[in-house]
Ligand binder design. Structure first.
Ligand SMILES: NC(=O)c1ccc[n+]([C@@H]2O[C@H](COP(=O)([O-])OP(=O)(O)OC[C@H]3O[C@@H](n4cnc5c(N)ncnc54)[C@H](OP(=O)(O)O)[C@@H]3O)[C@@H](O)[C@H]2O)c1
Length: 305
C-alpha cells in the first residue's frame, strides 16, 4: 500500500480508503473479515456517515474492529454528518449532537476527520465555525472537511471556519468524470465545456485539499455499476484488456486509473468482499502510462477537442 498526506494535516493515510456505507447488513464476523483484509493490505483509513444504515454501519464496524483487535491508534476514522430525513442541517446544535452519536456508535473518543455530508443552503457559516471550534477544543474531532461541495461553497465556509478544510468527497471514477471533462473544452461552444462544479479539481490542487472519490465503480447512485451498464461495455472491455496486461483484476485498473491523476486523490472503495478488496489493492502499485490513462478515459464515451 502507498500512503499520502491528507490535505496539509501531515497525516499519511493509505491511498485507498474503505467506505463503510454498505457495512450495515453484515454480521460482525463478515465485517471482521473485511477489516482483516484491509489491515492485511495496509488500508488504515475508514469512511463512515451517521446515516449509513441509520447508524448501523458504524455499530457493525465497531463490533468487528473489536473482534479482530484493530487498534484505534493504528487507524484513521472519518465520519460525515449534516443529512437528516428529508433535509440538510449544518446548524451548530445538529452538528454537535450528530458527532456525539457517531462517537458513541463507533465506540471511540475522537474522529480523525469530520466532513459535512451535503451542502445545506440554509447554512450559517458562523454556526459551523462555532461547532467545529467546540469539537476541536474538546478533542472530539481532529480535522475537518466537506463533501460534495464546490469552490465557492468551501470559500464561504472557510471565511468563518478558522481551521483549514482538508478534504472533499466527490464522485469520480472512469464512468463518472464531470470533474475533468469541462477542462478539456475550455473556451469552446461544445456542451462538454459546461463546468458543473466550479473547477473543483483545480481548486483542490491549488488549496492542498484532498479529493476522496466516492463510488468509483458506479455510473452514479441511480444507474449503478458501470460494468453492468450497456453504455459502458467499451470501458469494461478496455479495463479488462489492461487487467490482463498487468495480470490484475479490473478493479485494480480502476484504482490505478484514479491514482494516476497527479491530484493525489484518495479513492473510497465500498466493496464488502475481502477478495475484491485484495484485488483492488494491487492497483495502488501500478503506474499507468499517459497513453493508457487517456485510452481508458476515451473508451468511457468521452472525447477530446
Ligand atoms: N459523500 C458522499 O455523498 C458519498 C456518496 C456515496 C458513497 N460515499 C462513500 O463512498 C464509499 C464507496 O461507495 P460505493 O460503495 O457506492 O462504491 P463502489 O466501490 O463504487 O461500489 C461498491 C459496490 O459495487 C460492488 N462491486 C464492485 N465491483 C464489482 C464487481 N466487479 N462485480 C459486482 N459488484 C461489484 C460492490 O459489491 P461487493 O461488496 O460484492 O464487492 C459494492 O456493492 C461508500 O462506502 C461511502 O463511504 C460517499
Amino acid at each position: 500500500m502507498k500512503y499520502s498526506s491528507v490535505g496539509t494535516t501531515g497525516i499519511e493515510a493509505s491511498r485507498m480508503i474503505l467506505g463503510c456505507m454498505r457495512m450495515a447488513g453484515l454480521s460482525t464476523q463478515e465485517a471482521a473479515k473485511v477489516l482483516s483484509a484491509t489491515r492485511e493490505h495496509g488500508i488504515n483509513f475508514y469512511d463512515h456517515a451517521d446515516i449509513y444504515g441509520g447508524g448501523q454501519s458504524e455499530k457493525v464496524f465497531a463490533a468487528a474492529a473489536k473482534e479482530i483487535g484493530l487498534k484505534r491508534d493504528d487507524i484513521f476514522l472519518q465520519s460525515k454528518v449534516g443529512i437528516r430525513k428529508g433535509f440538510f442541517d449544518f446548524s451548530k446544535d445538529h452538528i454537535l449532537t450528530a458527532v456525539d452519536g457517531v462517537l458513541e456508535r463507533l465506540e471511540t473518543d475522537y474522529l480523525d476527520f469530520l466532513l459535512l455530508h451535503r451542502p445545506d443552503t440554509l447554512v450559517e457559516p458562523e454556526e459551523v465555525a462555532a461547532a467545529f471550534e467546540q469539537l476541536q477544543q474538546s478533542g472530539k474531532v481532529r480535522h475537518f472537511g466537506v463533501s460534495n461541495q464546490n469552490p465557492m461553497q468551501i470559500e464561504l465556509l472557510q471565511k468563518f471556519v478558522p481551521m483549514k478544510l482538508q478534504a472533499n468527497q466527490l464522485q469520480f471514477g472512469p464512468a463518472h468524470t464531470p470533474m475533468i471533462d469541462a477542462g478539456f473544452y475550455v473556451n469552446t461552444l461544445s456542451d462538454a465545456a459546461t463546468s458543473r462544479d466550479g473547477s473543483i479539481l483545480d481548486y483542490s490542487r491549488l488549496h492542498d485539499m484532498t479529493i476522496q472519490p466516492w463510488s468509483p465503480f458506479l455510473v452514479d447512485l441511480d444507474q449503478g455499476l458501470f460494468i453492468k451498464h450497456p453504455d459502458y461495455q467499451k470501458l469494461t472491455a478496455t479495463l479488462t484488456r489492461y487487467a490482463k496486461t498487468y495480470n490484475v483484476t479490473l478493479e485494480a485498473i480502476v484504482m490505478a486509473w484514479i491514482l494516476r491523476h497527479p491530484a493525489k486523490m484518495q479513492p473510497i472503495a465500498g466493496s464488502m468482499n475481502p477478495e475484491r478488496i485484495s484485488g483492488m489493492v494491487r492497483g495502488t502499485e501500478i503506474e499507468l502510462s499517459r497513453e493508457e490513462w487517456y485510452d481508458i478515459y476515451l473508451s468511457a464515451g468521452n472525447s477530446l477537442p
